[in-house]
Design a protein around this ligand. Sequence first.
Ligand code: ARG
Length: 601
Amino acid sequence: IKESNEESSMNSINIEEHALINLHSILISLFSNAIKTAYPTLEDIGQPAVSAGSKFADYQCNASMQICKLLKAKGENVSPNVVAKKLVECLGQCNIIEKVDVSGQGFINVWLSRNKLRDILQYVLENNLKPKPLTNPQKIVIDFSSPNVAKEMHVGHLRSTIIGDSLCRVFEFIGHDVLRINHIGDWGTQFGMLIALLQDKFPNYKTESPPINDLQQFYKQSKVLFDSDLEFKKRAYECVVKLQSMSPDHVQAWKLICDVSRKEFQKIYERLNISIIERGESFYQSRMENLVKDLENKGFLENDNGRKIMWSPESSIPLTVVKSDGGFTYDTSDFATLKQRIEEEKADRIIYVVDSGQSVHFDILKKCAIHSGLLDPSKVRMDFVGFGVVLGEDKKKFKTRSGDTVRLVSLLDEGIKRARDKLVEKGRDKVLTDKELQLAETAVAYGCIKYADLCHNRSHDYVFSFDKMLDDKGNTAVYLLYTLTRIRSIINNLGTHTQDLNEPISLDHDKEWKLAKTLLRFSEVLSKITEDFCLHHLCEYLYDVATIFNEFYDNCYCIEKNPQTGEIVKVFTGRILLCKVTAQYMNTGLNLLGINTVSRM
Ligand code: ARG
């Protein structure tokens, strides 16, 4: 989250405005300014290197080494230590900094003010972890999930769904205006054969809903006919033409087919708590016609053996805008979609969450859109957020034993079963009510599937393993959920001792301080995600918070009990408050990953 008017507020950080303070970016601006003041003639060195969590300080800046090199190139010989001292002299005042010093080798060590950080956490405790409304929220279109009608929604779409939803949550949390779009594949020549088969098999389709629950099967059947029966093929083509000219019967048949798939998709979205607006390829039919005319008039289209293609000077592959039979392609539909998002939605940012296999398609699309004058990258930012393939435990493409694509519904069912087995194995069924057990098992099952996806660098392939994701040790959703319920039960078990929690949050012990500093990296992590779309930063953050919390809890008494009676004899209020605020950060973070939390499990 970018600090608004960073410069002016640097001297005294106002907590009301900075509940989501980004300490890292504040330090970077302070050091940037110091460099400019100390060495005004030096060329811009970019962002000075500032890092958190060294053994020697809360933050450390090692820009001095880089500056020395640049000075040396100009014939000026100074040591990093001297440079560092000069930077410290030029460092502006800032009330989050307690103390700064310079190491022999020229590292600049920064210690943060415990009082100031305590104020921020205290503010979060009282007002919740909420950014203040943005003065200039952006319109952000996020294109994700996007399965295809009449085909199986597969694990690739699951990845897009999970990553896309989480990105939406992050941008929405920050305060942007996000449009969640499901760009389903509901248009194209395949509908000709589906409609032709529907007419053959269920001639009454106009009055009676056809029983085509297994649409995949139906699709395969029509494909076989299409490839073997010339008569059928011809009729299939006619059906496409009629559909595209909006003949009512054909449109009705098409709608029936889409409904079957839509119901299947919806089951997955409901279970995973995904909200998304369906706006498939069909939405763009008339816009594609207009686009093609427009590109044609402006002379962007070139005839290539009957096809109409478009080049950009930047790329070695063209877009196919019109096929030789006059039909449109995936390229045409994405071009028209982009135009709609820029001109009608007035998007400031457009994000595509699609498997990395389609990176070339989006790259050419972007270049042609810039070339045609549609996209001005200085005004609208377009990002392709690719991701790797899901692998089975045999490191091959994730498939069932018989080699079919895994049905997502069965995958979720198995997750639920495995999560329940795990809870039963731990004897939780004897402690929890039925309702609690059910909440826990869904939180664990869907949480672990989402987390296993999000905690890897998205561009890598990842191995799908229920055993690994359900492990309660290590970087898993289960570990995080357990830690959060542990914190919640510490607070809940206080009983009548909760009345007077009005001491300051305790930050004196090393472990308390370490936890506080870690919590306050939250905003830095979110701001990184808005740049590189890598949600594993947030997973790593939450894992750090959880392990550091557990370290704190093992080292610092929060409640003292009478060993005989188990009665509470002393409450360390300042620490309980630290527990509370930790729970707030963890709960918010998990929600941004789309993971439901529970109070008992
Ligand atoms: N339906 C496509 C597929 O399953 C993904 C669509 C992604 N979005 C887009 N605007 N092309 O591969």
